[in-house]
Write a protein that binds this ligand. Structure first.
Ligand code: SF4
Length: 318
């Protein structure tokens, strides 16, 4: 009987923005010592957040929960100007872990708003990143999540409309929404380069590459991770059964019945050790042939904020 195999996708897991954000929390704990407050989940992965909490990070929902003068880290998803102002008013010492690719979208929103454009932000309601970006020009920005919603949009000057997108969307769905926007607003302008980030794009591309040769795709990631959920959608849109799993314990044995080739990938906030646990589990179920499929080499690194870059190799000063 032919052996059962695992196709392990690459790139998978941590992106440069997530590595930077986690490094920021760890280095801040090391350099300054607790308490270090983190507004919202630093990245959308429950085991990562639990691990940092064990090391001393205190996760809060609002800057109001931080004592005046305290040290707070803003998450990789970014914050609105209002949150920055609230932190300043409380005299908090802020370390910004916003991913530079999210900051890029914020700057585009500011630029379009200054130029007098009405802005359409394509993204998911209530996602932390979207809440932050909307806050850059709240009076001028409308959120759109689906192609169907485009029909209901109207603006005082339809010839002066711009669009931006969340960084972790489905490339295919976003393309459809942008096409619908171009039909409704022929003069619409967009960002110079797409806002969907390299990590989101590369992980989706890897899924598409193996979709026709897998019987099942397992995506390691948390339920609130946007880019992880999109990987499941991309696979299902290709007709491939796919499930989002926090870890190997979430795998249902019924999913494996009849599967000879299982693809494994991970969202941009999922740590590699969770992927390895999934591989161990699958091996124990007879998937003894492992092949890594690399679709594109990733070599992206983002610099730390200056105050930590300078301190990361320095003596700890409390
Ligand atoms: S998924 Fe993309 S935008 Fe989000 S943190 Fe990673 S690199 Fe930055």
């Amino acid at each position: 009987m032919a052996s059962k195999r695992i196709l392990l996708l690459k790139p998978r897991g941590f992106c440069a923005g997530v590595v930077r954000a986690i490094d920021i929390v760890n280095i801040a704990l090391e350099c300054y010592g607790p308490p270090i407050y983190v507004r919202k989940e630093i990245v959308h992965n429950s085991p990562v957040v639990a691990d940092l909490a064990r090391r001393g990070a205190i996760f809060v929902d609002s800057v109001d929960e931080v004592p005046p003068g305290g040290r707070i880290i803003f998450s990789a998803h970014g914050v609105s100007p209002e949150v920055r102002q609230q932190a300043t008013a409380r005299k908090l010492r802020v370390i910004d872990a916003t991913c530079p690719l999210v900051t890029k979208v914020h700057l585009e929103a500011v630029r379009f708003a200054r130029l007098g454009y009405s802005i359409i932000l394509i993204g998911h309601k209530d996602h932390d990143e979207v809440i932050g970006t909307l806050g850059e020009a709240p009076g001028q920005t409308r959120l759109v999540s689906t192609e169907e919603e485009v029909a209901g949009l109207s603006f005082p000057d339809p010839s002066r409309v711009a669009y931006l997108t969340q960084t972790t969307l489905s490339l295919d769905e976003t393309r459809g929404i942008i096409a619908a926007l171009r039909v409704k607003f022929p003069n619409i302008v967009g960002p110079p380069a797409q806002d969907i980030c390299y990590a989101t794009e590369n992980r989706q591309l890897a899924v598409k590459t193996v979709a026709s040769i897998c019987d099942l795709l397992l995506v390691v990631g948390s339920a609130n991770s946007s880019n992880s959920n999109r990987l499941v959608e991309v696979a299902r849109n290709k007709g491939l059964p796919s499930y989002l799993i926090e870890d190997q314990q979430a795998i249902a044995m019924t999913w494996l019945e009849g599967s000879r080739t299982v693809g494994v990938t991970a969202g941009a906030s999922a740590p590699e050790y969770l992927v390895q646990h999934v591989l161990d589990f699958l091996r124990a179920q007879g998937f003894d042939c492992l092949e890594e499929v690399e679709t594109i080499a990733e070599d992206v690194r983002f610099a730390l904020p200056p105050e930590l870059e300078a301190r990361s190799g320095a003596t700890v000063q409390l």
